[in-house]
Design a protein around this ligand. Structure first.
Ligand code: HEM
Length: 432
């Protein structure tokens, strides 16, 4: 830990700061982002990044520090800014478009007591005992995905053709959204989170930050339109699906306002699939790279939960969450001011040498595996049990059907500093 006097702000060297902040770095996370994070953990574990085009921001890179920050939400606030960092241009455009108000009424934008009340609306629905009731319907979707994979006859882009759709279908089935609407959901999510990646940008708008901010806003408005109709329908015809629980929720004896209903739907629809697609694809990529681990987990399916956790640690598909400092405070010898921005670097925490033995080796038998890919504390991922269940089921269905997997070409990654992972994963496989 730094022992510098509180007044000496430790400023991260520009090349390191850019390697962590700029979306383009994530096209080569192993070659650019991880070396920079490793350097930071060793040399400046808690320090300030001042990258041109971005507001200055503190970077927390150690596992223990991130947990401590997340345990102190009254100081490190979620409700004072956006959940992820944007460039200054994006921030200005979004703030103008949102007229200074928060862009979305989602859990990730809230502090207690509001956050606690709104999270409680679905808290018990997302508990393992309730989520497990969906096991059979999730398994049916997993089987269809595996059949689809096998239908490619030996060569497939595992990300584009399989991983991208499986979690989307699961999340939409939990909502009760019909399969024919899934392509719309997929496109809108990509508009929201992939908008820094040239391959994922809307083709009908020029590739400028202003256009990206507008595309983001347009995606939100389209989501609102779609989910307003869904909520109206579930108020008229309630079922036990997630959309009905949210549409008919009461908080403090009042119906949940429409913007909160939509905020919930949007958060779950978006948080629930790109993350899980990226992790599922990462697990397959690592099994292709480690045939002995593939053989071990095929022979002993009780290793599957370990595979899922190690893929979560390895992929850490959520690259950061953002906090705003609520009051002047000192942390790791640094003076933080109210209004300062801070990024929690989950991929760094999950390779922290002080927590993980041999952190740069993929090992599905790793025990314990204290990754914090789902975050920690009051904002910890609402959907973690859904995500783990759907990945476990997917591999339970997939592994008995596959004898071998190997890479069939280069893997490419999404250029985004919030949610990122493979965007192409060509594989060759032999069916069992
Ligand atoms: C591999 C899959 C996933 C990963 C790695 C992941 C990761 C995360 C992370 C890091 C956070 C922020 C936690 C924090 O601030 O401490 C989060 C929050 C959240 N996640 Fe996930 N997530 C995944 C899947 C899902 C799924 C499947 C859903 C919904 C079904 C979901 C819904 C949410 C929601 C609503 C929040 C906001 C919670 C809050 O602020 O209280 N996530 N997730």
């Amino acid at each position: 830990m730094s022992t510098a006097a509180a007044q000496d702000q430790i400023i991260i060297p520009d090349d390191i700061a850019k390697s962590v902040l700029l979306p383009a770095s994530y096209a080569n996370e192993a070659g650019i982002v991880h070396p920079a994070l490793t350097w930071l953990r060793a040399n400046m574990p808690f320090a300030r990044a001042e990258v041109e085009g971005y507001a200055p921001t503190w970077l927390a890179t150690k596992h223990a520090d991130i947990m401590e920050i997340e345990r102190t939400p009254t100081v490190f606030r979620s409700g004072l800014g956006e959940p992820y960092i944007n460039s200054l241009v994006d921030t200005r455009f979004l703030s103008e478009m949102n007229e200074g108000r928060r862009g979305l009424d989602t859990l990730a934008n809230m502090d207690a007591p509001e956050h606690t009340k709104i999270k409680n609306v679905t808290g018990s629905w997302f508990m393992p005992a309730n989520v497990r009731k969906r096991e059979e319907s999730i398994r049916a979707i997993a089987r269809q995905s595996v059949e689809k994979l096998l239908s490619y006859g030996g060569e497939v882009d595992f990300f584009k053709d399989i991983a991208l759709y499986y979690p989307l279908r699961v999340i939409m089935s939990l909502f009760g959204v019909p399969p024919e609407d899934e392509p719309t959901m997929l496109k809108l999510t990509q508009d929201m989170f992939g908008n820094s990646d040239p391959d994922l940008q809307r083709k009908d708008v020029p590739a400028t930050p202003e256009a990206a901010a507008r595309a983001w806003r347009a995606a939100i408005l389209e989501f609102h339109e779609y989910f307003d109709k869904l909520a109206d329908d579930r108020r008229a015809n309630p079922t036990d699906d997630l959309a009905s629980i949210i549409a008919n929720a009461q908080v403090d004896g009042e119906p949940l306002p429409g913007s909160f209903v939509n905020g919930y739907y949007i958060a779950i629809a978006t948080a629930g699939h790109d993350t899980t697609s990226a992790t599922t694809a990462t697990a397959v990529q690592q099994l292709a790279a480690h045939p002995e681990q593939l053989e071990a987990v095929r022979a002993d399916p009780s290793l599957i939960p370990g595979l899922v956790d190690e893929a979560l640690r390895w992929a850490s598909p959520v690259k950061h969450f953002h906090r705003i400092i609520g009051e002047d405070t000192e942390f790791r010898g640094q003076q933080l001011r109210a209004g300062d921005s801070l990024m929690l670097m989950y991929p760094s925490a999950n390779r922290d040498e002080e927590v993980f033995t041999d952190p740069f080796s993929f090992d599905l038998t790793r025990k314990p595996n204290k990754h914090i890919a789902f975050g920690y504390g009051p904002h910890q991922c609402l959907g973690q049990h859904v995500a783990k269940l759907e990945m476990r089921i997917f591999f339970e269905e997939l592994l008995p059907r596959l004898k071998s997997i190997e890479l069939a070409g280069p893997v490419s990654y999404v250029q985004a500093n919030f949610l990122s992972g493979p965007k192409t994963l060509p594989i060759r496989f032999k069916a069992a």
